[in-house]
Design a protein around this ligand. Sequence first.
Ligand SMILES: NC(=O)c1ccc[n+]([C@@H]2O[C@H](COP(=O)([O-])OP(=O)(O)OC[C@H]3O[C@@H](n4cnc5c(N)ncnc54)[C@H](OP(=O)(O)O)[C@@H]3O)[C@@H](O)[C@H]2O)c1
Length: 321
Amino acid sequence: MNNDKVVIITGANSGIGKEATRKFAQEGYTVVMACRNMEISKLVQQELMQETNNEQIKLMNVDMSSFQSIQQFCLQFKMLYNKLDILIHNAAYFNHGEKYRLSTNNIELTFATNVFGPFLMTTLLKDHLKQSTDPRILHASSNIVKHFFDSKKKIEFDKIVGNKIDKKNHSVYKMYCQSKMALVLLTFKMAEEYKADGISIHALQINGAKMSKATLNKVTLKWRTIAYVQNVFFPPPKKMADLYYHICTLNESKMTTGQLFNDKGESMIPAPKNPTFIDEVKQFSGSTYYPHYAASKENQEKIWDLCAEITKDYRAKEILC
Ligand SMILES: NC(=O)c1ccc[n+]([C@@H]2O[C@H](COP(=O)([O-])OP(=O)(O)OC[C@H]3O[C@@H](n4cnc5c(N)ncnc54)[C@H](OP(=O)(O)O)[C@@H]3O)[C@@H](O)[C@H]2O)c1
């Protein structure tokens, strides 16, 4: 029934991305696994093709931190497919404890991978999304954005472009937190911008999903130990993968755009500007509210403008290719 539907999932070789690939393939979609590590990804592709009996699991190479790689990916995708139904930005860089790193485009690596890369890919694929009868985009955010309930917390815009970063005080944890907030801001602004084209865009606030050994091995010992403990309590990645599927196929979410969902699939609302004590308890213990920071039009526009500015050469060049 979904045979002619095409979904791209970035970072599809492990964790939630792998489970989401499995789910969409089981439901008969053509799934394009957009992955960086082709050796591992090829094995995952074969495993899932056998298991789901779906030969339409394709593997394409992309490094989400590199604008050139994203351009190349989009060109190839457009040569192979004449439309795109669902785009899931699942890949993320979160090597907590790692030192300061820059992308090939001189952008702080967390922001390059988690924010500017997705923005560029979506922009380059927009015309293909418009060819779908029900185009959807999903951004994987995180409950780490709860740090923004502290009204002093802000995205440090001056730390994003490489040569301006104060390397001594750099923290990947902080940048990861800020990048996931930027993704929420981008979701809200992009939803407005893409509404006229009928493209629906949402974000999911993920509280936690068991991490694979490979993922745990990427982070430093301190973070690995914390993650091992968290893993005991976290649900399997399948739970979030099912939510990806639910949000991207639900009729109700087609009717709306620009929502942030919690891990129960409920639409979240902005926290009150002047929270009462009860509101504050709800903010920290529940998942009804998202930080007021994300509701600010000014913040949404700032991240949108920055995305447009930083990727402008790569959006323009694509047209010339
Ligand atoms: N697990 C949790 O508790 C949790 C909590 C909150 C939010 N999330 C979010 O959920 C999403 C999935 O996380 P996960 O737990 O499933 O982690 P995961 O298993 O480590 O998956 C992350 C994927 O992203 C890929 N990736 C990283 N950098 C990339 C790049 N530059 N280009 C292409 N692919 C790249 C990785 O590929 P490689 O193999 O090449 O590195 C991997 O396939 C992420 O957005 C994460 O921030 C997870």
